[in-house]
Design a protein. Structure first.
Lengths: 444, 530
């Protein structure tokens, strides 16, 4: 660009003008900040830490929406402690280190009283040190691998014994399955879960050669020979089932390939721990008829509380086709528990709320009450459902009562003696009942 | 089950109904209407043996999810026009509303019972394909009680294909029966060995408590089946490799034009694929609303439309962005990377973050068996489609005037310009062509992968690998590169696992590039030297 003399001076002029404008703008911003500060005294901030872009957006965006709905409803009821709730939404963009940064921002800058967020276990592991260091509260709504018990995290999703183990038991008892394929995505949740399941199956007397373990990368789309291998594995003369910890997008091509290669649920059933109504919305479910999923909630659960929740969700999203799923229920339970605990503590001080949360019970959507246990996990019913032609689940089995979470797996040698109990005398996340030593929430 | 087939035989022999028959029908229908999976299952089994003239229809309705029950446990079948008829006599009912009815639900156990029951009931159907299906269902149930009915049906059977299936079903039933003689058992093993599919292998392996001679025959059969399966599995892996290769080829063909011919590092290439997949979704939505009659052909409409839409996007991108960045590869890389994120987020805002449901037409679902090979239809069509796309792309470059100009511009831009070719427009059209091909790939990928905003990301790295491996600027090289990578991957996967296979392929590729930096088929000539 050729610059001539006159333009230069004109530029200088413009620069001066801009400076004046900036000063004025700063003044305006200051004024806005002041009024915001005044308002902040009146509101209680709630952090929402879910990816709104990137790979996990498919699952997490819904959770952000459900949190906004819950906060709106609470405000309509008059807020909390006489103050309005205010949602602070950040987007960690499916980027695990960014989760930690955003968490720090929510706690230190925005001064959120509690944060609801994370989906994948890596993201939780990434924010965990931040919540512990800054002493804040995280509600984690997704089923996970267990082996963790932090003072600052409340796990409203299922631990393995609230999902995986009952599902295996169901296949063992009902379908007399004797040969097992453990297929998963290659990251911490499937690997830990499969480790626990393998130990569990061996403890039940399953031979090593009757267990096939297979891992695939995130977003794997070419399942041809893995499905063929499963078919071959299933031809050894024993009833075979697939236990799938395949996560996210990769499920769709996996199920499509199962359908195309003609593997029916009546021959080799697949029970999945990460496939919910939301994931099925993207596939033609007719070939999947009868494949199973284990959760603590299904949209098809028939009771008034669930109906009311689904109606308000559809109304809030203005979309009559929106589905509900298990992590949404977990957030609903977690949020209601937090509200109750804050009311009981009469304060949003994290230490008081953390103590008040233990023992709080709120209604869940399958007709019972879920309670926060001293290990910071909640009690849940376990439901096994079969996929139907309309993409919903048909509950075929339900645990008679509520299941208490085992945060440390009794089937893994390293953790079988550990318990977590955050109540007064013990106050320990990983207490070894044999040695009496406490390794505070971290793995021994 | 055993009662089921015994009574079936009775029906087929036209034995007069016994007085208790009516009670049994009554019981069966009551069981079907009683909540609880065990009751329903019992109801299915009872109904199949009851000799009720509408048994097949009622069980069929249950299978299709059209059987409903009201508060008094009376059953109704839903008709195509949403009206209901009484299940027991088929008479129309007008005084029933859908609100009072509950669907009778099934689980896998009931599904098994349904299939066996329908198989038995339909063995005597006048329609040969139905009989074939029935024989297959009876085969899967391998219930010895089916033997009399099978013998009966075999005596009447004239269709050779159906007869084979029935003989196999008979063999399976014989082996399960506790009282079959040894000679029959050995003959049965031979029949099943001839059938030889993977399910049969499973069934043979599950047989225990056989006399020693039969057990030996089974072991021999299993050994020979396994040896055969091993040979077939090599062919199967080649097929999987070809199919993965054709997918890679489709994804990379467009890139071979934009990156290979034009030298533009287009990180937004995957997003063109993604847009193509979304075009398929929109076309299907539109056709479902407006032209449901020809819905099955929606993909044929989606292909040209995806080409046009993504081609237009490509031209626009070239005109608005890329043309300012020629000769600056780093900036192009960053700019197109930004563009790809922008396109993803735009699609996410328009269509939502969730996966979109793109239907697979019936003619693309399922699989066919050729010898020991399982060929899935969707993959077969994609291989075919890849061949067609490649052939038309080559023809377009070789025989059309646009192709001639493109080649001229690639080989010597200044000389082409001197000959009166408007090189900027040729650049735009070339980029549009590459993008359009990517869009068509998107239509194919919508059949095997998720239609989500992230669809393209999964293919961009693989596409670059294919183009670099094959030799930049050479379509044959791209083809061979895609197929090689596909087949190597599929042979490694069973040995090393999917994750390791990817790593090994990448390492091998890097080593190869060290030896031959310009890929398998490097371009020669002045354009390259400069």
């Amino acid at each position: 660009m050729a610059i001539t003399e006159p333009t230069l001076s004109r530029r200088g002029l413009a620069r001066a003008g801009a400076a004046v404008a900036t000063i004025a703008a700063i003044g305006a911003v200051e004024a806005v900040n002041n009024s915001a500060a005044a308002q902040a005294k009146a509101t209680i901030k709630v952090g929402i830490l879910h990816s709104l872009s990137g790979t996990m957006a498919i699952s997490e965006t819904t959770l952000k929406d459900v949190m906004l709905m819950l906060i709106e409803k609470q405000n309509a009821k008059g807020g909390l402690l006489g103050r309005k709730l205010e949602a602070v939404v950040v987007d960690p963009a499916s980027n695990w280190p960014l989760f930690a940064e955003k968490a720090r921002q929510l706690i230190s800058v925005d001064k959120c009283a509690a944060t609801f967020g994370c989906w994948t276990s890596v993201s939780r592991k990434s924010v965990l040190p931040v919540f512990e260091e800054l002493n804040s509260i995280l509600f984690y709504p997704v089923q996970y691998e267990g082996q963790e018990c932090s003072r600052n995290v409340f796990y409203t999703g299922a631990a393995p014994n609230q999902q995986a183990i009952p599902a295996v038991d169901y296949l063992w008892n009902e379908s007399k399955v004797k040969r097992w394929v453990l297929a998963g995505t290659d990251y911490v949740y499937p690997r830990t879960t499969n480790q626990i399941l393998e130990a569990y199956l061996i403890s039940k007397g399953v031979a090593k050669e009757d267990i096939m373990i297979n891992y695939t990368p995130f977003g794997h789309s070419d399942w041809q020979n893995i499905v063929a291998e499963i078919k071959k594995f299933g031809s050894a003369g024993k009833k075979t089932a697939v236990v799938s910890t395949i996560n996210g997008d990769a499920n769709v091509p996996f199920y499509k390939e199962l359908g195309n290669q003609g593997i029916k649920a009546t021959q080799i059933p697949v029970v999945a721990f990460s496939v919910g109504e939301e994931e099925l919305a993207g596939i033609d479910t007719k070939p999947l008829l009868g494949h199973l999923a284990a959760w603590n909630y299904f949209q098809s659960v028939d009771n008034p509380a669930n109906k009311a929740f689904i109606d308000s969700w559809k109304k809030y999203t203005k979309n009559p086709k929106r589905t509900t799923n298990d992590p949404m229920e977990a957030h609903l339970i977690g949020f209601n528990m937090w509200v109750k605990a804050v009311e009981a503590a009469g304060s949003i001080d994290p230490d008081k709320v953390i103590d008040a949360l233990i023992g709080v019970a709120v209604p869940n959507l399958s007709g019972g009450y879920s309670a926060m246990m001293p290990n910071h996990h909640i009690t849940k019913p376990v439901l096994i459902g079969e996929i139907q032609a309309d993409g919903q689940f048909n509950t075929v089995s339900q645990t008679p009562g509520l299941v208490v979470a085992q945060e440390w797996s009794p089937y893994v040698a390293d953790t079988k003696d550990l318990i977590g109990d955050w109540r007064a005398p013990l106050k320990c996340g990983a207490f070894n009942v044999k040695t009496g030593a406490c390794s505070t929430g971290k793995k021994a | 089950m055993r009662r089921l087939f015994a009574a079936l035989l009775a029906v087929s022999l036209l034995v007069l109904a016994q007085p208790s028959r009516a009670d049994q029908t009554e019981d069966a229908l009551t069981s079907l209407g009683t909540p609880g999976f065990d009751n329903v299952r019992e109801g299915v089994e009872q109904l199949a043996t009851s000799g009720h003239p509408r048994a097949a229809e009622i069980i069929g309705a249950l299978q299709a999810g059209l059987l409903f029950v009201n508060a008094d446990q009376t059953l109704f079948i839903k008709q195509g026009d949403d009206s209901f008829v009484s299940a027991s006599d088929g008479k129309a009912t007008t005084d029933i509303s859908a609100d009072d009815l509950k669907q009778v639900r099934v689980n896998n156990g009931i599904r098994n019972a349904i299939e066996a029951a329908l198989g038995g009931l339909r063995l005597f159907s006048p329609d040969a394909p139905t009989r074939l299906e029935a024989a297959e269902a009876v085969y899967k149930a391998h219930d010895p009680a089916a033997l009399p009915a099978l013998d009966q049906a075999l005596a009447k059977e004239s269709n050779a294909g159906v007869k084979t299936r029935m003989l196999e079903a008979r063999a399976a039933a014989l082996l399960s029966a506790p009282d079959s003689v040894e000679g029959d058992r050995i003959a049965a093993v031979a029949v099943l060995r001839a059938r030889g599919d993977i399910e049969t292998r499973g069934y043979l392996a599950s047989l225990s408590d056989q006399p020693p001679a039969v057990a030996a025959a089974i072991t021999a059969a299993l050994t020979s089946l396994d040896r055969l399966a091993q040979i077939w599995s090599v062919a199967q892996s080649v097929y999987y490799g070809l199919s993965l290769g054709s997918v890679l080829l489709l994804a990379a063909a467009g890139l071979a034009i934009t990156f290979g011919v034009m030298g533009v590092i287009n990180m937004a290439h995957g997003e063109m694929v993604m847009i193509g997949a979304y075009v398929t979704f929109v076309v299907q939505q539109f056709m479902r609303e407006h032209t449901p009659g020809i819905y099955g052909t929606s993909l044929l409409f989606a292909i040209p439309l995806a080409f046009l839409v993504t081609g237009a996007v490509g031209v626009a991108v070239e005109r608005c962005l890329i043309r300012f960045l020629y000769g600056r590869p780093l900036e192009t890389l960053l700019a197109t990377w930004g563009l790809s994120l922008g396109l993803q987020q735009a699609v996410r805002s328009i269509f939502g973050a969730n996966n979109r449901d793109v239907d697979t037409p019936r003619w693309m679902s399922g699989a066919t068996e050729v010898g020991g090979l399982t060929l899935t239809w969707n993959r077969m069509y994609i291989i075919l489609f890849a061949i067609i796309v490649l052939a038309s792309l080559m023809a377009a470059l070789r025989y059309t005037s646009l192709g001639l100009r493109m080649r001229a511009v690639t080989q010597n831009r200044r000389m082409a310009a001197a000959m009166g070719i408007r090189t900027p427009w040729i650049d735009a059209l070339t980029f549009g062509l590459g993008s359009g091909v990517a869009g068509m790939a998107g239509v194919a990928l919508s059949q095997i992968d998720n239609v989500s905003p992230n669809l393209g990301q999964g293919y961009i790295i693989d596409s670059f690998m294919v183009v670099v491996f094959g030799g930049v600027g050479n379509l044959w090289g791209t083809t061979l590169g895609a197929l090689t990578l596909g087949i190597v991957n599929k042979f490694l996967e069973p040995i090393a696992g999917a994750v390791m296979a990817k790593i090994v392929v990448l390492v091998l590729l890097i080593l190869f590039i060290q030896r031959r930096p310009r890929g398998m088929f490097p371009l020669k000539g002045r354009a390259v030297e400069s």
